[in-house]
Design a protein around this ligand. Structure first.
Ligand code: ADP
Ligand code: MG
Length: 353
């Protein structure tokens, strides 16, 4: 399976290392009341890391949790992944029908959210962007090594736009049989929320769940403090966690990022981003290099980060500022190679540095 790409937030050892001083002094070490159980794996073409803090979890419980989380993610991937030929979304994409196509509740939920972002961003975010993503080589097809011609751009106008699909109670209708949907911009965020709900419903209150850089935190880390998460500086070729722009402290919040510096290709001598502006049919070409968004749900943070990435720094900052209950950090790449940062008015309260 190819990737859903990945990015940018390093879920760094920051959340697991060190013996931080807690409020009443001292540190939790081996033998103390709070224990830490971490496990990881692969999903959606990237990795996941999960940490649970709390009462000691015995080895049989550990193996049950890890197995159940992995199965949950496999099932979810089998619904939303366009890299799985047999997933529900792939079958939907190949279904050349303009009569309602029945879909599962899970698929309907993520598509509904995608359509909401589409309308709130006036089409900057668009789940029907799949043919353009494929053309540029960021989807499940190899892609072209050239820019599109006028006929291709015209064809995309017929095939993209969220008004071209209609969501019913448990079905989706395409207005053109060739329409296909790409959920990669929000699938990881939704997957993180599903895992967090599963763990919370099983009584785990202090959790850190990360898939490919999209993160949900609940409760506290092992030191009884908010989780610490590093945000990478958007340097081309930079290793995750090697150079941080900021560290944030989160508790009961999600954070997700989009950026231009990890998933890109070179076409006709130009570096092109995997974020597409569906309104022009081209990869974005402005100077916004990365954006991280903090929100209650990771699905929202993930979708909002992609919206802002398409809108660019100036418009994206204003748009996010007016969005209720979400905060963002935007980093632009300037002509001299330096980085400039912009924050929504409430972002600063999360900074740990
Ligand atoms: P990542 O998945 O790397 O964290 P994003 O969440 O921003 O980054 O998702 C980028 C992916 O979303 C692209 O690889 C592509 O599949 C899809 N995509 C690209 N442009 C758009 C867009 N304008 N609206 C919705 N999805 C998009
Ligand atoms: Mg996203």
């Amino acid at each position: 399976m190819k990737t859903y790409s990945k990015y940018l937030i390093a879920a760094l050892p920051l959340w697991s290392v060190g013996c931080l001083v807690i409020l009443f002094g001292g540190c939790y070490g081996t033998g103390d009341q709070l224990s830490e159980f971490s496990f990881n794996g692969n999903t959606m073409g990237t990795t996941y890391h999960i940490t649970i803090i709390g009462e000691a979890i015995n080895s049989s419980q550990r193996s049950t949790i890890a197995t159940n989380v992995d199965s949950l993610l496999q099932e979810f991937n089998h619904i939303v992944s366009t890299y799985d030929d047999h997933s529900e979304i792939s079958l939907f994409n190949r279904n050349k029908s303009i009569t309602p196509i029945p879909v599962s509740t899970a698929l309907s939920h993520v598509v509904k959210t995608g359509l909401e972002f589409c309308s709130k961003s006036d089409g900057a975010f668009d789940i029907t962007v799949m043919p353009i993503v494929n053309f540029f080589g960021f989807g499940f097809e190899p892609g072209e090594n050239r820019f599109p011609n006028v006929d291709e751009l015209d064809a995309w106008l017929q095939l993209t736009g969220c008004d071209k699909i209609e969501l019913g109670d448990s079905s989706i209708t395409k207005s053109d049989p060739r329409i296909s949907i790409d959920l990669s911009a929000i699938a990881k965020g939704d997957g993180v929320d599903h895992v967090a709900s599963y763990l919370m419903s099983n009584g785990y209150k202090n959790i850190f769940v990360e898939i490919g850089g999209e993160i949900v935190t609940h409760g506290t880390n092992r030191q009884g403090k908010p989780w610490r998460i590093g945000i990478d500086r958007p340097t081309f070729g930079g290793a995750p966690g090697a150079d941080l722009q900021h560290v944030v402290r989160l508790r009961d919040m999600a954070i997700a990022s989009s950026g231009d510096y990890r998933n890109y290709r070179e076409v006709e001598g130009q570096r092109i981003s995997h974020t597409i502006d569906p309104r022009t049919g081209s990869p974005i070409s402005h100077n916004l290099a990365a954006v991280s968004v903090i929100a209650d749900k990771c699905l929202d943070a993930d979708g909002l980060a992609t919206c802002v990435m398409v809108l660019g720094a100036e418009q994206g900052l204003l748009w996010l500022e007016s969005y209720p209950a979400a905060e963002g950090l935007l980093i632009t790449r300037e002509l001299d190679g330096s980085f400039q940062e912009y924050m929504t008015s409430g972002f600063r309260k999360y900074l740990a540095d």
